[in-house]
Design a protein around this ligand. Structure first.
Ligand code: HEC
Ligand code: HEC
Ligand code: HEC
Ligand code: HEC
Length: 169
């Protein structure tokens, strides 16, 4: 065998041995127990603090919003997609007899022109779909600088919820 091929094989062997050595030293102990990932990762994620309650919890106290939303275009949206994380609110809201919650437990009510267009902003780059085949899967877009911007009578800027019911737009 020529000398330079021998050297090449030697160099490869060193790299492979080094790789295997480092791999056994650096690999987390729980890796591979259940699958190609750290088994500990599941436990670590479980320990994280919860922030969201889920719509089912909300509608126990807010039945009216559920019945409104169910039949409208926003039926598939989670309450907290608009109102923000509400786990603490859902847990403690009924602890206040007069129904007056402290500010820290109040949830935000997003109805401004800026907030609705988080989802409805006109996006020129989006693919134009002629027929929406999957049940309203394409969110309708508007241009917030044009779509019913001002009240023509007094030139006041209109917020979205002046015309659209957020729970049944
Ligand atoms: C245990 C009952 C209960 C649960 C569960 C609950 N709420 Fe409430 N919610 C209340 C009460 C009580 C108020 C205060 C009513 C008021 O001030 O008029 C309130 C008020 C609100 C408000 C109005 C805040 C404001 O500024 O007027 C929003 C929005 C709201 N809840 C959303 C939610 C969402 C979203 C969830 C689910 C994460 C939820 N609620 C779960 C009882 C509950
Ligand atoms: C598209 C965003 C959106 C979604 C989804 C949504 N809300 Fe709202 N919600 C709003 C806005 C905006 C307001 C403020 C309405 C107003 O001031 O007229 C509001 C108001 C409320 C209020 C206060 C009502 C009042 O009379 O002050 C409650 C309670 C509430 N929402 C609960 C819910 C619950 C429960 C769900 C899920 C079933 C939900 N919302 C889903 C946007 C949303
Ligand atoms: C989290 C994303 C999200 C937010 C925030 C949101 N929407 Fe929607 N909206 C949707 C989806 C999804 C649909 C159903 C698909 C469709 O019809 O465009 C929808 C549908 C609608 C429609 C019916 C469009 C049609 O098909 O004729 C109107 C009107 C509307 N939304 C207004 C609003 C208003 C007003 C707000 C603010 C209070 C708002 N939306 C906030 C996701 C959102
Ligand atoms: C002056 C009342 C008014 C205001 C304010 C208003 N809208 Fe509308 N919106 C309408 C009417 C009426 C329609 C149906 C006719 C049309 O498409 O213009 C509509 C249609 C829509 C549609 C469906 C468009 C489509 O392609 O079918 C969406 C989404 C929507 N509005 C979102 C919003 C958002 C987001 C805001 C706030 C930035 C807003 N609207 C403010 C009256 C209003």
């Amino acid at each position: 065998m020529p000398q330079h091929i021998k050297r090449l094989i030697g160099a490869f062997a060193v790299v492979i041995i080094l790789f295997l050595l480092l791999q056994t030293i650096l690999r987390p102990t729980s890796f591979g127990k259940i699958g190609h990932y750290r088994a500990d990762a599941i436990q670590e994620n479980k320990m994280k603090e919860l922030h969201y309650a889920g719509s089912d919890k909300c509608t126990k106290c807010h039945e009216e919003m559920k019945t409104d939303k169910e039949v409208g275009f926003h039926a598939t949206l989670q309450c907290e997609a608009c109102h923000g994380p509400g786990l603490k609110h859902a847990m403690y809201a009924d602890k206040f007899k007069d129904g007056k919650l402290p500010d820290s437990l109040m949830l935000h009510k997003p109805g401004s022109r800026k907030e609705c267009v988080i989802c409805h902003q006109l996006n020129a780059a989006r693919v134009k779909i002629v027929f929406d085949t999957i049940n309203n899967s394409m969110i309708k877009q508007i241009d917030p600088m044009k779509h019913n911007l001002v009240d023509k009578r007094n030139f006041a800027k209109l917020v979205c919820i002046e015309c659209h019911n957020p729970h049944q737009p």
